[in-house]
Design a protein around this ligand. Structure first.
Ligand SMILES: Cc1cc2nc3c(=O)[nH]c(=O)nc-3n(C[C@H](O)[C@H](O)[C@H](O)COP(=O)(O)O)c2cc1C
Length: 347
């Protein structure tokens, strides 16, 4: 038994599972290729300090490793988005994802090149604007997401976005890293899932070893939605967007003391930029779904395992929750017998 949705055909994949196009080099060509080889849609996080050269090189790596489709994601409000998008299309990427900015200027060129356009959103309004812009798929990103995100939870946001942009397909992002989460997202109306945290501990994710260890050790209570790393780096984000990171010494020191951080960061920006490894200083972007990331597993195996888990949940759980009810039957008398006392009051 396999879960399929209309996006499997649209993307040309076996499983409706994408890795998030995590920027900063975290989702390189090797990760995208591995996810695609596992039967999902691999995504390269296109926005890095390496710019277009880095992206072209990573697309080449992905091509060497897989013949299957993969895509590229761009952080649309940051400088360089135009060049990155053009390079991704030149290199033949079949899927381009935009986040944190208006996708309108990019839709026609992508469609002319035969590519699909995805847009990640954090509100119903943003979802409607993306649909009006002509994108092909909307990703509804809940506040549980690792990395930059908004404040509305996936559970209400996802079905609200599904309703708002119907019949466009919607991907669910934020808080999903096991088959139960995927099954739940599909039941809420999603046609697929877009997962970041679930892939962070894979050998193909290009993050520091100490960061991977923290992801493996973290659970549902260990993250914070904070602006401290953006203030420290001096990188602007749209209103209402902050970064969800595993707490470390840096967030413990500065979260809640942002005014002082602004002044401190001016002096220390260069040394912070130079720090790539220390898990107590760098952003450990990840979400509470880290609870379900308990071992380092190749990304292709993660895709296959999650797809199998989701199929198992969808095959067994709904069936256990339903039973036939006769038309004149108001409820299960055996069940009521436990719940009411002799006078018929609820116990
Ligand atoms: C390390 C990391 C980096 C991320 N970078 C980006 C990015 O560059 N662009 C983007 O649209 N989303 C980015 N995100 C957010 C993801 O797209 C996605 O919404 C999120 O990972 C989904 O939630 P999850 O982490 O619970 O799976 C990032 C997430 C993580 C964990």
């Amino acid at each position: 038994m396999r879960v399929t949705t209309r996006l499997c055909e649209r993307f040309g994949v076996d499983h409706p599972i994408l890795n998030a196009p995590m920027g900063g080099g975290d989702a390189p060509g090797a990760l995208a290729a591995a996810v695609s080889e596992g039967g999902g849609l691999g995504m390269i996080g296109g926005t890095t300090v390496g710019g277009v050269d880095w992206l072209r090189a990573e697309i080449a790596v992905a091509r060497e490793r897989t013949d299957r489709p993969f895509g590229v994601g761009v952080i649309t409000h940051l400088p360089g988005a135009d060049e990155l998008t053009r390079a991704a299309l030149d290199e033949g990427a079949r899927v381009i994802a935009h986040s944190f900015g208006d996708p309108t200027p990019y839709v026609d060129a992508a469609h002319a090149a035969g590519a699909l356009v995805l847009c990640q959103v954090r509100s119903v309004d943003e979802a409607r604007r993306a649909a009006d812009a002509g994108v092909d798929v909307v990703t509804a990103q809940g506040t549980e997401a690792g990395g930059h995100t908004g404040t509305t939870a996936t559970l209400p946001l996802l079905p609200a976005v599904v309703d708002a942009v119907a019949p466009l397909p919607v991907l669910a992002a934020g808080g999903i890293a096991d088959g139960r989460g995927i099954a739940a997202a599909l039941l809420l109306g999603a046609d697929g899932v877009w997962l970041g945290t679930a892939f962070l501990a894979t050998p193909e994710a290009a993050i520091a070893p100490g960061y991977k260890e923290r992801v493996l050790a973290s659970g549902t209570d260990d993250t914070v939605l904070t602006e401290v790393f953006d203030l420290a780096a001096g990188i602007p984000w749209p209103d209402g967007v902050a970064g969800r990171s595993i707490r470390n010494r840096f967030t413990d020191r500065w979260h809640g003391d942002e005014e002082a951080l602004r002044a401190w960061a001016v002096e220390h920006r260069d040394e912070l930029r130079a720090e790539h490894e220390d898990p107590e200083t760098i952003p450990l972007y990840a979400g509470p779904a880290a609870q379900f990331v308990t071992r380092s597993e190749p990304a292709a195996d993660v895709v296959r395992r999650l797809a199998a888990e989701a199929a198992e949940v969808l095959e067994t759980r709904p069936r256990r929750l339903l039973r036939d009810v006769a038309p004149d039957e108001g409820g299960d008398p055996a069940c009521w017998a436990h719940a009411v006392d002799e006078d018929g009051r609820l116990g």
